[in-house]
Ligand binder design. Structure first.
Ligand code: B12
Ligand code: SF4
Length: 492
């Protein structure tokens, strides 16, 4: 019987790692590696499998010794860790197989693995398994077309150590109909959003319930509403499923800003217990949005759109970018003001990054402005192309945005404003009382006792108790998240 080890390399301490906030919850990582859980479910039933997510536990020699074959998945930010993993496995004579977004987009610097999977694996992995049986495997397996998601199996959730994550992940769709210039999603997953069937989605949620998961579920789609027609068919069934099972999950997801124009969809999301949605706002500057080919964000009042979504009880989290050619001199103040007025506590502000093989990458290459491959982390304050604005000024302005928006007084005020906007929210999260109390004590000690900004913290808590008692757990979570962002900003 074959023994398959699935390894998810370590990622650095970035804004998206949430590391400084996770410790309050007693968790090691935000989400499990869904790509690998999906790959695992495609392997022959008879194979034994183990998962080592290096963000929650160390990869040991014994793990590698145990395995006959090692499957590794990585994003660009994980490439150094990925290379070390491949070296370790090769040094022990193990067959290594690598896939995921990094190798799918960076054909030039492939790791020294035995097999590389470019693109989605629903059709190529079965090919590989057949070749493996017959002893005639290839080095590169490139998906000829984008598979229908009806082929995607229920991920092997039981492999994940549930207690180490703060949320579980499922995926409903891949691809996005828009054409933002900097985006690699449309290059990797295409512009025709493919969705799973309602039955598949509900079966995945059943599987999560059966392994014992309760609480937050991240629907990892890049644009959950990319195929509005299908999503509107899914949501009523999701509401029914949720009600029938005692509402075991709340959801977070990502969507395009045109969500704001669809009250019916927002109402369905509210009823289905969606709590937070990540929007790609990018910039309040119309000219920069046009340059980025982000037509879906122009011709609309972005502040109003955020307000509308918040009014359905959905906390808005959003991505912002500086470094567009059309950014005016006062872009930094404009971003700060927008983030303040929109009451978006978790604002992911990044420098424009040219990811490999995107339209932006190709344009900058033509213009002779590309400097190097991107590190994959657009929030570390370094540029991989020559910007129109003076580089030093751009980086200084970028850092100023982060220092301002994550300064304690500014952040706590924004979090309170956000809570005030969440008017017709769903039922408050059902409390896992002991977990919540433990988390609150940890937050109170770190932010209310040890932190130099403790006075601001207690002012925030007082307002949260008096004005937002219903959303108190949410207020505590926001405080913890803000601390994470502040810590990373201090390290810039
Ligand atoms: C969830 C998610 C996260 C989670 C990670 C959770 C986790 N533990 O995996 C969080 C929020 C932490 C995250 C963070 C980041 N992310 Co992210 N993330 C995603 C997202 C939205 C979904 C990933 C997912 O679960 N997909 C579902 C699975 C089923 O799909 P999949 O992984 O592609 O797997 C399929 C194939 O690729 C293949 N496959 C995958 N692995 C393997 C391995 C083998 C051996 C084989 C054979 C096949 C195979 O088979 C699967 C089935 O077809 C993707 C976008 C996307 N649509 O995938 C971005 C994405 C992967 N993230 C990206 C980025 C840039 C980041 C950040 C760097 C952002 C930032 N600036 O900070 C950070 C880095 C992390 C960190 N802490 O430093 C980029 C990666 C670009 C690249 N080329 O590497 C993506 C593509 C989105 C984007 N365009 O920005 N992310
Ligand atoms: S809306 Fe988001 S996922 Fe869609 S193309 Fe633009 S950046 Fe990419």
């Amino acid at each position: 019987m074959m023994k398959a080890l699935l390894v998810y390399p370590e990622f650095p301490d970035t804004y998206w790692s949430f590391r400084h906030a996770l410790k309050f919850e007693g968790r090691q990582s935000a989400f499990p590696p869904l790509g690998l859980l999906t790959v695992s479910a495609m392997l022959p039933r008879a194979w034994e499998r183990r998962l080592v997510d290096m963000n929650v536990r160390r990869l040991t020699d014994a793990d590698i010794e145990w395995a006959d074959i090692v499957f590794v998945s990585a994003m660009i930010v994980q490439k150094e860790s990925l290379e070390r993993v491949v070296e370790m496995c090769k040094a022990r004579g193990k067959r290594t197989v690598v896939g995921g977004p990094y190798v799918s987009t960076s054909a030039e610097h492939l790791p020294e693995a035995d097999h590389i999977f470019v693109g989605e694996a629903e059709t190529t992995l079965p090919d590989f398994l057949r070749d493996f049986e017959s002893g005639e495997t290839k080095r590169i397996y490139q998906a000829a077309e984008r598979p229908t998601l009806n082929l995607t199996p229920i991920p092997d959730f039981r492999l994940a150590e549930l207690g180490r994550y703060s949320a579980m992940s499922v995926q409903y769709s891949r691809g996005c109909p828009f054409q933002c210039e900097f985006c690699d999603i449309i290059e990797i997953y295409g512009r025709v959003p493919r969705t799973k069937s309602n039955e598949q989605m509900l079966a995945e949620l059943d599987a999560l319930r059966e392994v014992g998961w309760r609480g937050l579920v991240f629907i990892v789609d890049d644009n959950f509403i990319g195929n509005k027609r299908n999503v509107k068919r899914l949501l009523p069934e999701l509401v029914e499923w949720s009600d029938a099972h005692g509402r075991p999950f709340s959801f977070i997801t990502e969507a395009s800003v045109n969500l704001a124009e669809d009250d019916a969809l927002l109402e369905l999301m509210r009823r289905a217990n969606f709590r937070r949605v990540f929007l790609g706002i990018e910039t309040p500057v119309e000219e920069s949005l046009k340059e980025a080919q982000k037509g879906q964000n122009t011709r609309r009042d972005l502040l109003e759109s955020v307000r509308k979504i918040q009014s359905y009880g959905l906390e808005v989290m959003a991505g912002f970018i500086v470094g567009f050619d059309n950014d005016p001199e006062d872009i930094f103040e404009r971003q700060i003001n927008f983030i303040r007025e929109s009451a978006i506590p978790l604002a992911m502000v990044g420098l424009l990054t040219a990811l490999p093989d995107t339209q932006l990458w190709r344009r900058l290459k033509r213009e002779g402005r590309l400097l190097k491959e991107s590190s994959g982390n657009n929030t570390e304050g370094s540029l991989n192309f020559v910007p129109r604005m003076d580089t030093a000024r751009l980086v200084e302005g970028y850092q100023r945005i982060l220092r301002t928006i994550y300064s304690p007084a500014e952040y706590y005020q924004r979090a309170l404003d956000c809570l005030s906007h969440l008017t017709q929210g769903p039922e408050p999260r059902r409390s896992r009382f002991t977990d919540d109390v433990k988390a609150f004590v940890r937050v109170a000690v770190a932010l209310g006792v040890r932190d130099p900004a403790r006075a601001e913290f207690w002012r925030y808590m007082k307002s949260a108790v008096t004005t937002h008692r219903r959303n108190f757990a949410h207020a505590v979570t926001l405080a913890a998240m803000g601390y994470h962002f502040r810590k990373l900003t201090e390290a810039l």
